[in-house]
Design a binder for this molecule. Structure first.
Ligand SMILES: CC(C)[C@H](C(=O)O)[C@@H](O)C(=O)O
Ligand code: SF4
Length: 470
């Protein structure tokens, strides 16, 4: 029987067997940031151990940084301490760090691919759940806990058990204005936030093949939001073209050898998946979440479902509670709801293509009065490119704030928060209670939809925004 892509990568990394079901896997890349690494380094110090492979470990500052000004203390005392600890640990163990003075600093899941650190066939881990993003390159990438971060720092290996395999097949053409963000929200809406529990998902089908690397990253980024351990896409010409020439990508004579290995990284025709779901791309409309988990999602023109429409008790109760928290009622249309804040950013949607999509909606228009709108590029590389392409100017002219790179308003860990009761159109990946600040109400959307909301001052189907570009 053939193997799935996941199984191929898993098996090629086994360096030891710990018991009947647990293997020890070699880790090719360990990415670290300021939030989940300090305790791991303390543990290492207590045990008197060194970092085993500082050359395979890479750090960036992202969660706690201020995107308003480049200073370690700009987002408060706790942030400053964590950022300083990261800098000291990287210095002591000779780990490369993209700090606030580095021109390429940015969100960990944006910088990895950009620097060519993320490559097909690798195992990539990070103390961060959205490490699944890197799966877009055909790497097995997943988030780990702080004690596992310590284990990887000390040994460059990780004990693992094999996950089940889930195939998510998406064929057909996406309608105009429907983006990879809408696709993954629709998949989560169908599968539920627990539907992927215990699985590694592989996305395939003609709609996936047609996506850029940025789009594939958006998709894999949110595979954790359906409970999957990781999301994967087999590498192809699009992947190779993206990687060619990147700083850490294989160079010169190593390139061809790497590509010929990468070409073997796909699920065999006779591989058997434990579960399969499929979706027709042409049936997907722009999506928006109405509740407090990413599964509570609808097409933007649909009415909010009634809690009674859920047959499952837990889901019904979750819907009731979500409506209360969100200040919404069943049957209401989100296109009748005003927005207070628009956030375009996060490791889901802060790459150049996301900013291009948003800018094409914003061009020659103005942010509606009373709406606070910000664009936070995912990295210094994205920021520079957006400035060169004139996108930054389009945003600023329209009344958006144009920021420095970082996680920003994706989560309330820095100086960007949504106030209690305010409604935010956000391109991030989580709409949990309090995620963007205590009492904040988050609606997850694509960059184009967020941009349209900023202009209209309320949620609107970007396809119907008068004279919408694209
Ligand atoms: C802070 C970090 C541990 C967390 C994660 O693991 O995902 C964060 O990035 C998030 O998005 O909630
Ligand atoms: S941008 Fe948001 S989701 Fe991504 S790593 Fe930062 S906090 Fe987590």
């Amino acid at each position: 029987m053939g193997q799935t892509l996941y199984q191929k990568i898993y098996h090629s990394h086994v360096v030891g067997k710990l018991n009947a079901s647990t293997d020890l896997l070699f880790v090719d890349r360990h990415l670290i940031h300021e939030v989940t690494s300090p305790q791991a380094f303390s543990g290492l110090k207590l045990a008197g151990r060194a970092v085993r492979r500082p050359d395979l470990t890479f750090a960036t500052m992202d969660h706690n940084v201020s995107t308003q000004r480049r200073s370690l203390d700009a987002a408060g005392e706790t942030s400053r301490k964590q950022l300083e600890a990261l800098a000291a640990n990287c210095d002591e163990h000779r780990i490369p760090l993209l700090d606030l003075t580095h021109p390429d600093q940015g969100i960990v899941h944006v910088i990895g691919p950009e620097q060519g650190l993320t490559q097909p066939g690798m195992i990539i881990v990070c103390g961060d759940s959205h490490t699944s993003t890197h799966g877009a390159f055909g790497a097995l990438a997943f988030g780990i806990g702080t004690s596992e971060v310590e284990h990887v720092l000390a040994t460059q290996t990780l004990p693992q058990q094999q996950a089940k395999t889930l195939k998510v097949e998406i064929n057909g053409d996406l309608p105009a204005h429907v983006t990879p963000k809408d696709v993954i929200l629709a998949v989560i809406g169908k599968l539920g936030t627990a539907g992927g529990n215990g699985y590694v998902a592989e996305f395939c089908g003609s709609a996936i093949r047609g996506m850029s690397m940025e789009g594939r990253m958006t998709l894999c980024n949110m595979s954790i939001e359906m409970g999957a351990k990781a999301g994967l896409i087999a590498p192809d010409g699009t992947t190779f073209a993206y990687l060619k020439g990147k700083a850490h990508a294989p160079q010169a004579e190593h390139w061809d050898a790497a590509v010929s290995y990468w070409q073997s990284l796909h699920s065999d025709a006779d591989a058997v998946f434990d579960k399969t779901i499929s979706l027709d791309a042409s049936s997907i409309s722009p999506q928006i979440t109405w509740g407090t988990n990413p599964e509570q999602v609808i097409a933007v023109d649909e009415p909010i479902p009634a809690p009674e429409s859920f047959s499952d008790d837990t889901k019904r109760q979750a819907a009731e509670r979500a409506l209360q928290y969100m200040g919404l009622s069943a049957g209401q249309k989100l296109t009748d709801c005003a927005v207070d804040v628009v956030f375009i950013g996060s490791c889901t949607n802060s790459r150049i293509e996301d900013l291009r999509a948003a800018a094409s909606v914003v061009r020659d228009r103005k942010v509606a009065p009373g709406v606070r709108a910000l664009v936070v590029p995912g990295s210094g590389v994205v920021k520079r490119q957006a400035e060169q392409e004139g996108l930054a100017e389009i945003f600023k002219q329209a009344g958006f704030e144009w920021r420095e790179p970082g996680c920003s308003m994706c989560l309330g860990m820095n100086d960007d928060q949504v106030a209690a009761g305010q409604r935010c159109a956000s391109t991030s990946n989580r709409n949990f209670e309090g995620r963007q600040g205590r009492g904040a109400r988050t609606h997850l959307v694509s960059p184009a939809m967020a941009a349209a909301a900023a202009i209209a001052g309320k949620f609107v189907n970007v396809a119907r925004l008068e004279g919408a570009a694209q």
